[in-house]
Unconditional design. Structure first.
Length: 243
């Protein structure tokens, strides 16, 4: 089994009923909603990792579009997606239970806008590389992509009490980060492409970091518009575009 397939399989037994981000002051999901409401446009949209439909429902209720692709590695039934989002929205939403990062069900150069939250933080560097290659093929010129992912430094700055979340998958710790008069030593950069968690456990986080993510976007041919829109105070959300 390939590494990417292992990553996808690591999600198969979790979040019965559909994962929803919820609302947190530090993560400021209300602020993300406001940003989406004011900045999302286009006929064909894609949400990667829709889970239980928290963001999908918001998009349907607040943004004009013709078609919304919602993808997830878990089925709509597992996620209880339609009960939450509403069956009335089936006419505008195409839900895809995916098993890879190819997006082959979407026409090339058709997407106007792409959004993902609480998903790319669980994908390794190899997975990000594959996803961005697919997105470049599927996006129109001028399409905007808004992706949230994980950066250890930003996370620890705003949620130092959760330091164990960061160091859980970091067996070697050399990069120093100071907060609250204590020195926490981590090495997130050395674990960008580590092994996924056991399918019995909650999927792990990959601390890819802002600089690495931006370099990868540019390597794949995208133009970075904002390194971090800085709405979420815990995690970076990068806005980039296919020129």
């Amino acid at each position: 089994m390939s590494k990417l397939n292992k990553e996808i399989n690591s999600f198969q037994q979790v979040w019965s009923g559909g994962y929803k981000t919820g609302y947190s002051k530090k993560r400021n999901q209300k602020g993300v909603e406001e940003y989406l409401k004011n900045n999302t446009s286009g006929e064909i949209l894609l949400e990667i990792g829709c889970g239980g439909g928290q963001w999908s429902k918001f998009i349907c209720e607040n943004i004009k579009f013709e078609k919304l692709f919602c993808t997830d590695v878990l089925s709509a039934e597992h996620n209880d997606f339609w009960n939450y989002v509403g069956s009335k929205n089936k006419k505008n939403i195409i839900y895809k239970h995916v098993k890879d990062f190819d997006l082959d069900f979407i026409d090339d150069e058709s997407l106007d806008y792409v959004f993902s939250y609480d998903v790319f933080c669980h994908i390794s560097y190899s997975g990000l590389n594959a996803y961005l290659e697919s997105l470049y093929k599927k996006c129109k010129k001028g399409a905007n992509i808004l992706i949230m992912y994980a950066d250890a430094e930003k996370y620890l700055k705003n949620e130092p009490e959760n330091k164990n979340h960061v160091i859980k998958y970091l067996p070697t710790r050399k990069l120093s980060y100071r907060f609250s008069n204590k020195l926490l030593v981590v090495d997130a950069a050395k674990d960008l492409d580590g092994e996924p968690s056991d399918p019995k456990d909650e999927p792990r986080w990959y601390w890819v970091g802002i600089n690495n993510f931006i370099e990868l976007c540019e390597e794949k041919g995208f133009t970075v518009i904002e390194k971090d829109i800085d709405v979420d105070k815990t995690n970076p959300i990068t806005l980039f575009q296919k020129k």
